[in-house]
Design a protein around this ligand. Structure first.
Ligand code: XMP
Length: 603
């Protein structure tokens, strides 16, 4: 059968307007020809078409022999059709480089694109979300909480690391306070309350009742300590009652001699297991008091915390820890200057030295414009003095910016200028690049320089994280975490709804509190009018970091499952993109229904 006859009999194999005999595809030469020409617009080149068909006929000739005829079956046809279909996919769904080039000169962000699904053998729950920011710093999940004063202090950083991520402690506080915050994370022992609220033997129960009401404590059992911090008893909630208000703590507490305590050295390595055994062995006790050799109170474990933690441990990802089993933490560093405008090298080096003494894992040189002499000098300075410290630097949105910071010594580069939910840089300064195009351009330099990329800002849902990770190595979230109870700041109620404050580090109030240097201004310089590049806002309270990260990582794993990616390296290599029209964006969200629930998880 010749090719024309084939075309009549097997119309399914019509490709680019040319019918091809199914058996051709079994042979390397004919496959080569088919692939070579299937995307070629033959109708526009009649002479070339003639040559092409003659060539096919020559190839076809030996295939007419009897053994090959046997191979002509429907089954074979199905197999043969696959390359053509795959070819259609690769024509429409493009890998990152081809895709972003094809869309030039337009810059794109998360909602402008969608990822094409691929054959998969990966169940979402098995997708490995671990990533690294340097040889020394590995995270179990690729999410970092932003170094903003309404997002990350020690409480947020502890919660992030316990979930396998990383928190960057902001720098709108004194250098001393930032070192303390880092120390709190590094010394955190999960389950052990290291600075419990204590009372003294001579306090009146009536005074304690007022304190509980004023501070809104949800508990009324307190360890009793003397002025030297030595444990002298335990005040049970049963006696913190109005009827005993005129009595002193010493009169109604359980005295030290009757208390069962644990030594800090015995429980420090694994307080959760130690407490689990303690509560099983001492029926009826619901507090484990931890003391040192001198009898000083060193901590407290409650039975309700232990039960909560052991339940959570079953579902939680592994925490991100250093080689000494401590939680990992990062801190933001500002390029501080002397009164004469020079970089204050001594101050910077001494501060980083104190942070490193507390076993800081990563320093983030955080500015709005990282492709500058000043930021480069800070990175070089820190790299020179601390050769093993992981350095994140930014922000940039160009390949040249990435190369520059990599050459200065950064391990990971923050990408993002103006995508953040509270940012006004693009409006105020007229600069910045939509985030996905910026990430792609940056990735060209990152690959060449062997540095990691962190997508910073603009992430509003887990799908955005999947798209960012199809190019970069990790993401930084501000707004998504600012509503969590672990974020700094008071909860406020407005018309029955509860909110937390969330403000840009370039907002006027944040710059006054210290972040002016990040935007190239001086916070004490009242002679100049400072242009704010961020706003002050509110976020609805969104529960705990555990819940928020659980949802986000669940979404990331779903995305990886759809692309058949067992890990993030496979996600990057397999991702293929398509542009989404405004109608496609509308189609992507719930539409044409009346929503009765906006819950995204079963929790
Ligand atoms: P999201 O979208 O997660 O963004 O809320 C957080 C990121 O935004 C950056 N950031 C700012 N950018 N003006 C800006 O242009 C600001 O005032 C500002 N404050 C924070 C920062 O990179 C953060 O991680």
């Amino acid at each position: 059968m010749g090719i024309w006859e084939s075309a009549r009999k097997h119309p399914k194999l019509i490709c680019s307007g040319i019918a091809l005999p199914s058996r051709f595809a079994r042979f390397p030469l004919s496959q080569f020809l088919i692939f070579r020409f299937s995307t070629f617009p033959l109708s526009r080149f009649p002479h070339f078409s003639l040559f092409y068909f003659s060539l096919l006929s020559i190839v076809d000739f030996p295939l007419r022999s009897a053994p090959f005829r046997l191979l002509r079956s429907r089954q074979l046809m199905t197999k043969v059709a696959t390359p053509f279909l795959a070819d259609a996919d690769s024509e429409f769904y493009l890998p990152a480089d081809a895709f972003f080039r094809a869309n030039l000169p337009t810059a794109l962000t998360f909602d402008d694109v969608s990822l094409a699904t691929l054959y998969s053998e990966i169940l979402p729950k098995d997708a490995d979300t671990s990533t690294s920011l340097s040889d020394a710093l590995r995270l179990q999940i690729p999410i970092i909480s932003s170094d903003m004063d309404t997002v990350t202090e020690s409480r947020m950083a502890i919660a992030m690391a316990l979930n396998g991520g990383l928190g960057l402690i902001h720098y709108n506080m004194s250098a001393k306070e930032q070192v303390k915050e880092v120390a709190r994370v590094k010394r955190h022992i999960h389950g052990l309350i290291q600075d419990p609220i204590t009372v003294t033997p001579d306090q009146l129960i009536g005074d304690l009742l007022s304190m509980i009401e004023m501070k809104r404590f949800a508990f009324s059992t307190f360890p009793v300590v003397d002025p030297q911090g030595i444990l002298t008893g335990l005040l049970s909630g049963n006696v913190v009652k109005d009827r005993y208000k005129t009595k002193k703590v010493a009169e109604v507490m359980t005295p030290r001699a009757q208390l069962i305590t644990e030594n800090e050295a015995a429980v420090a390595k694994d307080p959760i297991t130690a407490a689990d055994h303690f509560f099983s062995a001492h029926v009826g006790l619901n507090k484990m008091l931890v003391i040192d050799d001198a009898g000083r109170l060193r901590g407290l474990v409650t039975i309700s915390d232990i039960e909560k933690i052991t339940n959570e441990l079953k579902s939680r990802r592994k925490p991100a820890r250093d080689s000494q089993f401590r939680l990992v933490v990062g801190a933001a560093l500002s390029p501080v200057r002397t009164a004469s405008g020079e970089l204050d090298r001594n101050k910077i080096l001494s501060h980083v030295g104190h942070l490193v003494d507390e076993e800081l894992d990563v320093i983030a040189v955080s500015t709005a414009h990282g492709h500058t002499a000043g930021v480069g000098d800070v990175v070089k300075l820190v790299r020179g003095a601390f050769p093993d410290l992981t350095i994140i630097a930014g922000n940039v949105t160009s390949a040249a910016g990435v190369s520059f910071l990599a050459d200065c010594g950064a391990n990971a580069i923050k990408i993002g200028q103006g995508p953040g939910s509270i940012c006004t840089t693009r409006i105020v300064a007229g600069v910045g690049i939509p985030q996905l195009t910026a990430l792609h351009v940056a990735s060209v330099a990152a690959r060449a320089k062997g540095v990691k990329l962190v997508a910073d800002g603009g992430i509003t849902k887990s799908g955005d994280i999947v798209k960012a990770l199809s190019i970069g190595d990790a993401v930084i979230c501000g707004g998504l975490l600012a509503g969590c109870r672990e974020a700094p700041g008071e909860i406020m109620e407005i018309s029955g709804k509860v909110y937390k404050q969330y403000r840009g580090m370039g907002s006027l109030s944040a710059m006054k509190a210290g972040s002016a240097a990040r935007y190239g201004h001086d916070k004490n310089d009242s002679s100049q009018k400072v242009a704010a590049e961020g706003i002050e806002a509110l976020k609805e309270v969104s529960g705990s970091v555990d819940d928020v990260l659980g949802n986000l990582i669940g979404g990331v794993q779903s995305g990886m499952g759809y692309l058949g990616a067992a890990n993030l390296a496979q996600l990057r290599s397999k991702a293929r993109f398509i542009r989404v029209s405004p109608a496609g964006q509308k189609e992507a969200a719930p539409h044409d229904v009346i929503e009765v629930s906006t819950r995204t998880s079963s929790a």
